[in-house]
Design a protein around this ligand. Structure first.
Ligand code: GRF
Length: 202
């Protein structure tokens, strides 16, 4: 039986779907214990329900960050989650949350960090005139888009690109590298030295 992951999302949920697909096709040995959204209208939440997964909404509207995060932690604990996966979760996590899962939270960001942290990273890279961008899977620490990097993929910016075509090319890579990174972390075949995640090859 695979290790248990909890997924947090706020929107479309295409990364979540890719992870679910990779579990189904045997590429990733894991079990999705629960999918949590801070928005009832998130399409990813509907997908989770359609797939028959535990799907929970903790609305972020009108609640203090720490109180919301305490709800999230309780739900994740209730489902006995080994690893927390941020998949387009558009809220900053408070230290309360991050300390509840030390080095057990992953995020995916659509740029080659440390370039272009924050919102709209693909647009930032495009407008900056970068020739290469990509995506980064990293452990989550208390700073935005900052923790140790597990996996990155580079994506070229092509002459005819718009921010949208670039985003689509990056997203296709996101859908591969996130499952790879989750597999590495769940297998335990790595150690962290400073900021460096050293993966043991088998
Ligand atoms: C992705 O671009 C991801 O890198 C960023 O948020 C977006 C989520 O997309 N963190 P989706 O909801 O997984 O389709």
């Amino acid at each position: 039986m695979g290790k248990r992951i909890g997924i947090l999302l706020s929107g479309r949920g295409s990364n979540f779907e890719a992870i679910a697909g990779n579990i189904r096709n045997g590429m990733l040995d894991a079990e999705i214990a629960v999918v949590i959204s801070n928005r009832e209208a998130a399409p990813g939440l509907a997908t989770a329900r359609a797939l028959g997964l535990n799907a929970v909404c903790h609305p972020s509207k009108g609640i203090e960050r720490e109180a919301l995060d305490a709800q999230l932690v309780a739900t994740l604990r209730q489902h006995d989650v080994d690893l927390v996966i941020l998949a387009g979760y558009m809220r900053l996590l408070s230290p309360v949350f991050i300390r509840a899962f030390p080095q057990r939270i992953l995020n995916i960001h659509p740029s080659l960090l440390p370039a272009f942290p924050g919102l709209d990273a693909q647009h930032q890279a495009f407008e900056y005139g970068a020739k290469i961008s990509g995506c980064t899977v990293h452990f989550v620490d208390e700073q935005l888009d900052h923790g140790p990097i597990v996996r990155q993929a580079a994506v070229p910016v092509l002459a005819g690109d718009t921010a949208e075509t670039l985003s689509a090319r990056i997203l296709a890579e996101e859908h591969k590298v996130y499952s790879e990174a989750i597999g590495i972390v769940l297998s335990g075949r790595y150690r962290i030295e400073g900021r460096r995640v050293l993966v043991e090859e088998n």
